[in-house]
Design a protein around this ligand. Structure first.
Ligand code: BMA
Length: 384
């Protein structure tokens, strides 16, 4: 302040203009005081990486299993290919609401807790999703029964049950404490892919008003009633057609910290025929997301992406990297390396493993100055 007061007025104007034109210093990423010092440090550090146009790379269930192994201490397909763990670890809470000891993909919650704490102690970032079962029908998250959201809002028949479920989520998130008593900050992404039509909270089965209330109840229970200070809130759509569509169900802005969407590459026989539309559509979405995030003062993220089994050997540097270089976001998460799915017999994975045809290209992707893996992070995602 003192320095600024001493500067002649015209120099100050030049400086401020320069800051604006270069696109830097337009935002600092600050969380409110409802969040812990560590959560605030993490968010500020993520803001620094984003401002420098560096993209943090994440992987779902990275430490639990890979395409050819499961539950072997220290293993990670990503680390075995690149030498480094991902910067962001994604984990899934589905079935915790039913008091199950494992999530819907069979990951034991005690293993998840231990992995989250250890990863955070090494400087990494954690994100959580929740494929909550349908509280009205008792079926899975993929049961878009009309009226489910209405049934769990205050006054609805399933409201008490839903509050119990939120308390189980709160118990888990509240149990993520380091050995020195620090709560691990988590990027929590509830009610994800809301612009889809496959979950009971999607746009086809609840009104924007009901969705916003669902969000408000969730934040109220976890952050206000349970007093959790370690949650960074991630609003997440599936594919969207315009900024208005993206924002149609956007809740009260003070309850959102990161705005994001999910989109995958699909094509018929792994021939790469879906590349052109993946690139074109996501260029537009990333551009719109970045500008929405900038005007809201939030961080943008590509919360899930990938190309199942990565049939194109240069997909990493040929498709994903140019997209991220042109439209950098705070982080990108690749979905899980489940391997062969017992129900379909089909391979289901999104990151390469040693010997995979795209592994060499993934190493080049890893080496790009735009891309950040865990080896570049230290405490709470500290910016270097
Ligand atoms: C989906 C698939 C499923 C999994 C679910 C939740 O996209 O990977 O096999 O159960 O995510 O993790």
């Amino acid at each position: 302040m003192r320095l600024i007061q001493r500067l002649p007025f015209f120099i100050l104007i030049i400086l401020l203009n320069g800051m604006h034109l270069s696109g830097e210093a337009q935002h600092t990423y600050v969380l409110d005081t409802l969040r812990s010092t560590t959560a605030r440090a993490l968010y500020a550090n993520m803001g620094k990486w984003y401002t420098q146009q560096k993209v943090l790379i994440g992987h779902q269930d990275d430490l639990a299993y890979g395409v050819h192994w499961e539950y072997e201490a220290g293993r990670s397909d990503i680390k075995e290919v690149t030498g480094a763990y991902p910067a962001v670890f994604g984990w899934e809470l589905g079935n915790i609401e039913l008091d199950s000891t494992r999530n819907l993909d069979k990951v034991p919650f005690p293993f998840m807790r231990k992995s989250i704490i250890e990863a955070f102690e090494k400087g990494s970032i954690v994100t959580l999703s929740w494929h909550a079962n349908n509280p009205l029908t008792g079926k899975s998250a993929w049961d878009p029964a009309a009226g489910t959201v209405a049934s769990i809002l205050p006054g609805g028949s399933r409201h008490p049950l839903f509050i119990q479920w939120l308390n189980k989520i709160a118990d888990f998130i509240g149990s993520l404490t380091t050995t020195n008593g620090q709560a691990v900050p988590v990027l929590f992404r509830p009610w994800h892919e809301l612009t889809g039509n496959w979950f009971w909270w999607c746009q086809n089965v609840c009104t924007p008003q009901e969705f916003k209330q669902l969000w408000a109840v969730t934040v109220h229970e976890l952050q206000h009633k349970r007093g959790l200070k370690n949650i960074i809130w991630v609003y997440n759509t599936a594919e969207f057609s315009s900024p208005a569509h993206f924002l149609e169900r956007y809740p009260q802005s003070s309850t959102v910290d990161i705005v994001s969407f999910d989109s995958y590459q699909y094509d018929n026989a792994g021939t790469g025929s879906g590349t052109a539309s993946y690139v074109k559509d996501n260029e537009q979405r990333l551009q719109q997301l970045r500008s929405i995030a900038d005007s809201l003062g939030k961080l943008p993220a590509f919360a899930e992406t990938g190309y199942e089994t990565i049939p194109l050997v240069n997909w990493w540097t040929g498709t994903l990297l140019p997209l991220l270089q042109q439209h950098p976001v705070s982080y990108v998460v690749l979905w899980r390396n489940a391997g062969k799915m017992p129900n379909t017999g089909k391979m289901h994975y999104y990151a390469p493993y040693p010997g995979h045809p795209s592994a060499k290209d993934f190493i080049q992707f890893f080496s790009s100055p735009t891309i950040v893996f865990g080896n570049k992070l230290s405490h709470a995602g500290t910016y270097q």
